[in-house]
Design a protein around this ligand. Sequence first.
Ligand code: PLP
Length: 391
Amino acid sequence: MTERVYLDWNATAPLRPEARRALVDALAVAGNPSSVHAEGRAARRLVEAAREQVAALVAAPPADVFFTSGGTEANMLALSPAIETAGEKRPREVLFISAIEHSSVRAGGRFRRKVIREVPVDAEGRVDLAALAAAVSDAERPLVSLMLANNETGVVQPVVQAAAIVHAAGGLLHVDAVQAAGRIPCAIAVLGADLLTLSAHKIGGPKGIGALVRLSENIHLADPLISGGGQERGMRAGTENVAGIAGFGAAAASASLKREEEAARMLALRNLLEDGLRAVAPRTVIFGAGAERLPNTTLFSLEGMKAETAVIAFDLEGVALSSGAACSSGKVQPSHVLAAMGVSPPFQRGALRVSLGWETTEADVERLLGAWRKVSTALSKGSKEQRGMAA
Ligand code: PLP
């Protein structure tokens, strides 16, 4: 049997060997990190070492990293009217998000639906900064949530410029860096973010662990989602997922160390992939191609293609890719990202996402292109037959 080719790294990345080792080793540590005895202190050391590694990925102070059960929970923790800054305790009344956010941000956290405002994006899938400036100009102390890179298109958002706009309006900026971390630089202060979300499984750590990072202690989360014990400085009760945290730390360290090298390799492979897609089917559309994108992500379409059928055809050829975001696959739903970019429904329906990772090889890309030849030929044959029948 030929080997499978996994090209769905934005849905989740395979566990890095370093993360697997750290995770398995941590399972052997018996103590509870809150216990004062030697066993407890050993577990605490693992948690705090990982906190330093995760903090280093985004150049934040370790004390400002709060572990959560993943990116979704970190987003929910961040999106609260009760986020306070030093000396400023009134609740925030409005949440602004871009029209292309992940569903965990679109849900709005603890904000009521009617106080959530959407900011449009341009045809390349970049947030419209003029619209953002206009939207926040008459809001009092707005909270704004923008992703650093989109999970479907890979388009990198102008977060630094957005931060200047948000801060000039007296607001706070939360950045969902789940897809960007480990792929492009994510230093929290350089981005201008006040809060930043990370998820371990997108950078080669285990699933079910993530973090909310704040710029400094001047930002108070004030409104924990889970209360009880005083873990994570009262912001996230419950005995820590020590093994998950240790795996996250190791993945973060490896992602930091290898980022530039991995990004350069992925970019070369992505160029090979996109040239190949267009060579096979010249009418292939690549979304966000005119914008800065993550080095590993290509979202493409052909008019008339049905993404669900194409994903199955690729799967039968041994290639795993996805139709838009993993969270919405399974449910046949048009992509809100492509809709916001003004992509017409016949192209939206065919959108396929290929996302590469550090284990992807040229041979993997060639396998995908071989399958693409079959899928696109079948498609053009089908449409010719349809035209023949209609005539
Ligand atoms: N934010 C973005 C941009 C994502 O792509 C995802 C996952 O796909 C999440 C948040 C949610 O992260 P998690 O799966 O850790 O809950």
